[in-house]
Design a protein around this ligand. Structure first.
Ligand code: GLC
Length: 443
């Protein structure tokens, strides 16, 4: 062997040895994959998860969900049906525990062994995740529909407070829209934007219109199919009247982020959205991004309908672990970490996401930076749930039928009375003989 060949062999041995060491190190390094939501600012959650990963010597990979909750469910159901171990942790919506339960890991043993104080959570948010005794997930953040309004424009047009009723909102929205368009020539300025695409978000918005009108909750907790009633029909007719007058025609394609973009660009007087839009409007997690509405907006409870009270749809997301994970202990540890008080506080401050831990609503730092969180506690505590507990594994079918019917009304495909009559028949078919047609409570 000449010198050159000897050198080559030595080099090869060195490379192989290095690769071997490297390979062993890699094999020892644990990896988790987390399926996270994708609405709003994604950076703070990446930082939180990466921090945990570094401390534990775990690489955490992110898989981002589609924006529409309806699509998110379809993706989750796909990888759970395939019993795929590619995803370990799953962020899932408050309405899905009954649908996902069979394919999720029971977190109860971990909650116990790691001594999680479950009494610190709002009981209804924690209990919503218990399906037949199984702890399917832990509540990460809660959500409630809010009315965003431009404080500067209300003042400019002589209003001293946010609207108290839907009719008042429509009147104010029209006056501000007409005034701004005339003054600036900006015909892309609208009175009111919200979520009216055919997806889960529309179920939330429409439930708020109908519940605040006295129209009930679509399907009541006692298994009454109550959606076909005059109050709901009137609420939908009212919403239909906004399309193309105070709201863009295109609102029937809007999801949360579409509405936020319009409002944040300064092109709407009012917006219905979830709490996450607050920090973004104020310049993001570090407050440094310039926005057209910084310090020019506030949030209020959604207006009342004919029932004399307003309603906020109850939303929110949980962290759970797939039953098919190969790292159940590690994944459960990360789920517990993400739902801990410290992380929830950080997320409240950086993302204006509502904590699920009651004590954080009196935290002075949160109250100072995001005042509405402490101020609107009754709105969050009384938020109206969608009928996901009573319809359990059938909830998504119920919601699809409902938002499709509502969308058909808003786009003028059919009138509200016909749509609700057809929907009632569809729900009766779908839910079976345990369920009966009837009136909502109080009607
Ligand atoms: C928000 C809510 C969630 C709801 C969704 C609808 O993400 O937290 O519960 O289903 O909006 O778009």
């Amino acid at each position: 062997m000449n010198r050159f060949s000897k050198l080559m062999v030595l080099a090869l041995v060195a490379v192989l040895a290095f690769a071997g060491v490297f390979h062993t190190a890699r094999a020892q390094e644990k990896k988790l994959t987390i399926f996270l939501g994708s609405v709003g600012d994604l950076v703070p959650d990446q930082e939180i998860v990466d921090r945990w990963g570094k401390e534990k010597g775990v690489t955490v990979e992110f898989v981002y969900a589609p924006q529409s909750a309806t699509d998110v469910l379809a993706v989750i159901q796909q990888f759970l049906a395939a019993k795929s171990s590619d995803v370990d942790l799953i962020q899932f919506d408050t309405i899905w525990p009954g649908i996902l339960a069979p394919n999720m890991l029971d977190l109860a043993p971990y909650v116990e062994s790691m001594k999680v104080d479950t009494s610190a959570f709002y009981p209804r948010l924690y209990e919503n995740n218990i399906v037949d005794g199984k702890v399917v997930g832990l509540p990460w953040f809660t959500d409630a529909g809010l009315l965003y309004y431009r404080t500067d424009l209300l003042e400019k047009y002589g209003y001293t407070a946010a609207p108290k009723t839907w009719d008042e909102l429509a009147e104010m929205a029209k006056k501000i829209q007409d005034g701004e368009r005339a003054e600036t020539g900006n015909n892309d300025f609208y009175g009111f934007v919200f979520q009216a695409n055919a997806y889960e978000g529309l179920t939330c918005d429409a439930l708020e219109w109908q519940f605040s009108n006295g129209g009930g909750s679509i399907v009541e907790a006692d298994k009454t199919i109550s959606v076909n009633n005059d109050a709901t029909i009137k609420a939908l007719e009212r919403a239909k009247s906004w399309i193309g007058s105070i709201a863009p025609e295109g609102v029937t394609t809007y999801q949360e982020e579409d509405a936020r973009r319009v409002f944040q660009a300064g092109n709407a007087a009012f917006m219905r959205n979830w709490p996450y839009a607050y920090v973004l409007g104020q310049g993001g997690a570090d407050g440094k991004t310039e926005t057209a509405i910084k310090d020019k907006f506030n949030v209020a409870p959604l207006p009342a309908g004919d029932a004399g009270y307003g309603a906020a749809a109850l939303g929110g997301w949980q962290i759970g672990v797939s039953a098919y994970t190969k790292e159940p202990d590690l994944a459960a540890e990360l789920a517990l970490y993400l739902t801990s008080s410290d992380v929830q506080k950080e997320r409240a401050l950086k993302l204006s996401n509502l904590p699920t831990i009651k004590a954080l609503y009196t935290d002075s730092e949160i109250a100072e930076k995001i005042p509405f969180i402490a101020e609107l506690v009754p709105v969050f505590e009384n938020a109206s749930p969608r009928p996901s507990t009573v319809t359990a594994s059938k909830y998504n079918d119920v919601s699809v039928a409902y938002f499709t019917a509502v969308h058909d009304v808003l786009t003028g495909k059919t009138d509200a009375a016909t749509a609700m009559e057809d929907l009632e028949a569809k729900l009766e078919d779908l839910l079976g003989s345990d369920f009966k047609i009837g009136a909502p409570p109080g009607m």
